[in-house]
Write a protein that binds this ligand. Sequence first.
Ligand SMILES: O=C(CO)COP(=O)(O)O
Length: 251
Amino acid sequence: MRRKLAAGNWKMNGVKAQLAELDNIRKTHPNPAVDVLICPPATLLSDAVKTVSGYPMMIGGQDCHTANSGAHTGDISADMIKDAGGTAVIVGHSERREDHGESDAQICAKATTVMENGLIAVVCIGESLAQREAGETLSVIGAQLAGSVPDTASAAQLVIAYEPIWAIGTGLIPTLEQIAEVHDFMRENMIQRFGTDTANGIRLLYGGSVKPGNATEIFAVSNVDGALVGGASLTAADFCPIIAALEASAV
Ligand SMILES: O=C(CO)COP(=O)(O)O
């Protein structure tokens, strides 16, 4: 039904030498049984696409503008990412929301542009520690889903990544029960909005301190269809065991 997805977000890490890690992933997993996506910094997009030529790995962007072109110094568009050979774009990462003040409405507009360009939008949502401690997690997630996911979304072009802000880069992860609660909530929310068929095709990823050591237990959680991995996607040595754990969970 849903093909599992192991996604890596390199964030602002990597110069050309980093592309060797894509080769290493390819050598270790020549024929992955799950979808694999790496989102390098924009400067490496074209070279990353060339590096994985002939290998079933998707390459994506980490953000894009809402427009396809125009007077927006420093921004890149979904059209440019597509032109470079990318097939997916992360939108609404909490680091973009925080560093650049991005709102749900802007993220929704970005996701719409990504989909209009025929690419997959990986829409990120997640609560802060203060929101979790205040018992607001599900209401925050519900509001972010309502505000950031376009009405026009199709299952094939939408991936949602649940990334609790306090779990990103901290080594902390929610309990498995907490992950299940949010993922079940997200699935139900999508069913209410898009109907069962579409909702059951949307991949829901968990992100935040996913490592080789915790991947297997996270992938066994209800409605977790893969991971969006930051730090542990930077080396094949860390990312390949995560791919393997996802493959094992898929059988
Ligand atoms: O933000 C993340 C992926 O987008 C998660 O980052 P870490 O895996 O480094 O915690």
